[in-house]
Design a protein around this ligand. Sequence first.
Ligand code: HEC
Ligand code: HEC
Length: 334
Amino acid sequence: MTLWLLAALLLLACGKPAALRGDRESPKRDPSREQMELELGKSLFFEPLLSHDGQTACASCHNPEHAFADSRALSVGSDGHVQVKNTPSLFNVGEFGAFTWSNPLLRSLEQQLLVPLFVDEPREMGAGVNPELILSRLASQTKTQQVFEALYGRKLEHIRDVVRPLEVFVRSLSSVDSPWDSYQGGEKGVLSEEAQQGWTVFQELGCVSCHVPPLFTNHQTNTSWGLEIFFQGIGMDETGSHNTFARGSWGLFEFTLKEEDRGKFRVPSLRNVALTAPYFHDGREVDLLRAIESHASVLEAQGLLGRALREETEAGLLEHFLGSLTGTESLHHW
Ligand code: HEC
Ligand code: HEC
């Protein structure tokens, strides 16, 4: 994606119609309206007609059965476009302060949502290729039109009109009800002995310095840390040379063009990580245990771990602990 295209998208976001502007700041809460907006967002999230080929919904890649990620290393978008990055989970994204694996320019969820709809390199939805086609498909959906008009007092006229309800839905996806949370709340019996030991190892090794509880990432909106912390150059290239990275793995460099940003990626949240294989920005590891081992050896080589990982026992314990970050009710009720 080119920087100018992104700038254009941001302008698009700012120029949204008055009917959609400012309702978030409205002092009067109306639960039935909020519910209606959430339901509209949910139906749009599962709507393949929003894509150019009419077959690719947000949910095609962000599948609820995989914690709103998917099981492919690289997902396939509209018209067969293979993505260059692995699809992340959408749980807790409303709490994030940075979006995607490496784009520092996306500072709000609303801006981020323009990317799957409009950015074409690679194409996710391709909604901007022939916007009239998509609008005409939506125009024939009476229910969508009626709900949209009831909510915003006007017709759905632009594709970017779908961003607001989609944002409401995506923001509602919260998952902080794992066994680890119950354990933290005092229910000591809910974690297996291995998971408890794994939690200790996770802290001893310093995994917590980047994957900070409660979301096990460092880019939560409520932190005062800045972008330079969110993106860590951990050099996932086995050769140790950042210059051999494939295009999808340039990381932060792709946006800043600064040499020191090659191979820097946003620290991902580890909530529900047991459900979101394959792992890392390019989906290179299919298995969580293997992901832990290879990640730990890269971190260790760079002096980023508190001490060496005792692979034969501790990798397994870490896997148990990460499994205890899988949500319970939240996975099924959204
Ligand atoms: C073709 C697969 C695909 C489709 C379709 C798709 N996404 Fe994504 N989504 C991705 C990938 C891949 C990323 C990570 C992109 C990157 O890092 O550059 C992503 C990132 C995101 C993020 C940021 C998550 C984070 O952790 O920062 C959000 C939010 C999101 N998508 C929402 C949506 C919504 C809403 C739709 C529908 C309008 C959608 N996506 C459609 C694959 C897809
Ligand atoms: C210096 C910061 C840092 C430390 C310390 C760290 N990580 Fe990470 N972690 C990252 C980054 C950045 C990524 C994404 C790397 C990529 O995609 O290339 C990541 C990715 C992961 C993933 C894959 C997540 C996914 O959704 O693909 C797992 C699992 C993980 N880390 C676990 C751990 C464990 C366990 C430890 C301790 C042994 C640890 N991390 C220590 C920064 C860190």
